[in-house]
Every structure is written in structure tokens, then in C-alpha cells.
Design a protein around this ligand. Structure first.
Ligand SMILES: C[S@@+](CC[C@H](N)C(=O)[O-])C[C@H]1O[C@@H](n2cnc3c(N)ncnc32)[C@H](O)[C@@H]1O
Length: 218
């Protein structure tokens, strides 16, 4: 097992994070034990951030002890790996509008104390601003809405200057007919108000019609 980014490992084929809750799986993933340690396989077909890593992400936004905002957490598949990475000293504030997803995430948060579920629309930043009196180190978003870039920019006030962000952009949610390259360009225009774009990655074949955009808050 080789550490390729802080808290993210590779055996040359698959990627893994070190399991924070020994013996417990989250979504049926494989567990590999090596050198007295336990690693959870990170399925890039189930996680757009995982897909980005597989497709050559050059810098990971999460690190041990990091405070992260996760917009569109769903029931916590990717969040569970972020929880492994940030470990006990870190925190992940997870915002999702779905009550069903949040109920499942709340169960996961009972086992993983660094997860903080927040039931809210990510466009209604007033609802959860009190969590970010101290700004976050990193921000990730995976929300398939027409105004994805706008939601990301709207939440950027909670991210500290120089903090890293990543957006999983679903082009089909923006337009069914326009070219994905053109959609990417126009979304980048919106993001550039607040961010310097560091990398864009097409994450196919893991996710169709999706890019991962890596950026830094200006
Ligand atoms: C594709 S899923 C996220 C999967 C998750 N990121 C993962 O990798 O495990 C998208 C999520 O965005 C949520 N969502 C959609 N619109 C939203 C909004 N306006 N505010 C917050 N969450 C939203 C949905 O409820 C859904 O759970």
C-alpha cells in the first residue's frame, strides 16, 4: 500500500482509505488488512471524488485534521472516505436537502464523530451559517442541479482564502443539448468570480457526463 495523497492509498490498482471504525463497512466495500492496519476500498464508480483520483487529480483537497464542507452528501458513501482521511481531529459538515439521505447519514455520524449532518437546501446558506464562524479548509460539492456553479460560489464565503475546493459538475443537468465542453466553459466563468481553476478532469467512464473541477479560493 502506497500513500498517494494524505490519507489516500493505492495498491497500484485500487484506491483505499484507512478505516476509522475497525471492522465496519459503509457501503459493501472490500476491506483489506495489511501490516496490522485496515483499509477500505474506495469505489470510483460510486464516488466522483474517487473517480477524480483515479483519473489523475493532481492535489487532494482533504487532509488529516481538515474542516470540510460537503454539499450534496447523500447518505455518505464518499463522506465515509473523507471521514477516514480527516480522522478524529477533522470535521465534515454535510449539507443535503433529502430527509431520507440525512436519516441514513445521521446513523453513520453516530459511528463517526467527525461527521455533522445538516438538513438544508445548499442554496439557503443562511440556514447553516452559524457552523462556519471559523471558515473551512476545503469544500466539495456533488449536486445535480441546473445552477451547480452558482451554488458552489454562494457557499464559498464559508471557505477560507487559499482553501481548496472541488466540484463534481454534471453537464446533463445544465443542458441536454449543448456540448459538454461548452457547458464546462460557461460554468468555469461563474466559478472564476471566486476561484482560481487548478484542474478539470472528465471522470468518464466512472461517471458519464461529469467533470471534476479542482480550484483554489481567491
Ligand atoms: C449524486 S448525490 C450525492 C452523492 C454523494 N456525493 C456521494 O458521493 O456519496 C446528490 C445529492 O444532492 C442532493 N441535493 C440535490 N439538490 C440539493 C440542494 N439544492 N441542496 C442540497 N442538497 C441537494 C440530493 O438530495 C442528493 O443526495
Amino acid at each position: 500500500m502506497k500513500e498517494i495523497f494524505d490519507g489516500i492509498y493505492s495498491d497500484g490498482k485500487n484506491i483505499y482509505t484507512k478505516n476509522l471504525v475497525l471492522g465496519k463497512k459503509v457501503y459493501g466495500e472490500k476491506i483489506v488488512r495489511e501490516g496490522g492496519e485496515e483499509f477500505r476500498e474506495w469505489d470510483p464508480y460510486r464516488s466522483k471524488y474517487g473517480a477524480g483520483i483515479k483519473k489523475g487529480l493532481k492535489k487532494s483537497i482533504f487532509f488529516n485534521g481538515c474542516t470540510a464542507i460537503y454539499l450534496g452528501s447523500a447518505e455518505g458513501t464518499t463522506v465515509s472516505h473523507v471521514s477516514d482521511i480527516v480522522e478524529e481531529k477533522g470535521a465534515i459538515f454535510c449539507i443535503d436537502v433529502s430527509e431520507i439521505a440525512m436519516n441514513k447519514l445521521t446513523k453513520l455520524a453516530e459511528e463517526r464523530e467527525n461527521i455533522y449532518p445538516i438538513l438544508s437546501d445548499a442554496q439557503m446558506t443562511e440556514n447553516y451559517k452559524e457552523y462556519f464562524e471559523t471558515k473551512a479548509d476545503a469544500m466539495f460539492q456533488d449536486i445535480s442541479q441546473r445552477n451547480q456553479a452558482d451554488i458552489f460560489v454562494r457557499n464559498s464565503k464559508f471557505l477560507k482564502k487559499g482553501g481548496l475546493g472541488a466540484l463534481a459538475l454534471k453537464t446533463k443537468s445544465i443542458s441536454q443539448s449543448n456540448l459538454k465542453e461548452d457547458i464546462l466553459k460557461s460554468e468555469i466563468n461563474i466559478l472564476e468570480k471566486e476561484f482560481e481553476i487548478l484542474q478539470t478532469i472528465l471522470i468518464e467512464p466512472y461517471e458519464k457526463h461529469h467533470y471534476l473541477i479542482l480550484m483554489r479560493k481567491k
